[in-house]
Design a protein around this ligand. Sequence first.
Ligand code: C5P
Length: 236
Amino acid sequence: MGKDVIVACDFSGRKETLEFLGELEGLNPFIKIGMELFYREGPQMVRELKEKGYRIFLDLKLHDIPNTVEKAMTALASLNVDMCNVHAAGGRTMMEAALRGLGSGVGKRPLLIAVTQLTSTSQEQMERELLIERPMKEVVASYGRNALKAGLDGVVCSPLEAPGVHEMCGKGFLTVTPGVRFAGDSKGDQKRVTDPAGAAALGSDYIVVGRSITGASHPRKAYERCIADFTGLKDR
Ligand code: C5P
């Protein structure tokens, strides 16, 4: 796996998702299934998209006691997705348990990454509500180090924190970065954002893009522009 754009399929159901993916036909996008679609359609939706050949990041952000997370990950392991995640705030023991559960499947273990601070969280909110008073970059890099020590493959963070994570955890430790917008697009609920080329310059390994593609008037063009801006490739 190399640098790629992951399209967040945040749709309310199967029909809307398949219609959207029809617009990207032939482009073989790496897609993300999150809570909205998974809770609505269940694991069958994942199986169906896997059978169609999509690479899938199953973004369920597990965060519970280690025993529960290990068993939940054991259940998810049977779906043979390509990437899964947990919250780093669950701690190292929980992340190690997640890794054990995910490794219990028959196929290749999916990549396991840890959410650091959500890209919708600002420095001010983190200080005021979570009582974490260190700079965001330091907090994210430190969560990254915990994830690395637990044996995970990388983190979810904003592109702005990718350099600090790579410095702390090495270039091979993946930074999967939501919070990406084309210049001029609405930020929505995201706080720590950059555009695709900016994310590439900061060393992001994967960008996760939802509304800038799914909400565009021409999603196919928006996806192709994203790939071109992020990977520097004009044709695929
Ligand atoms: O529409 P937008 O591009 O903001 O979508 C970003 C996607 O990435 C959403 O599906 C969101 O759940 C996910 N995500 C995020 N921040 C994280 C982890 C995941 O925005 N830290």
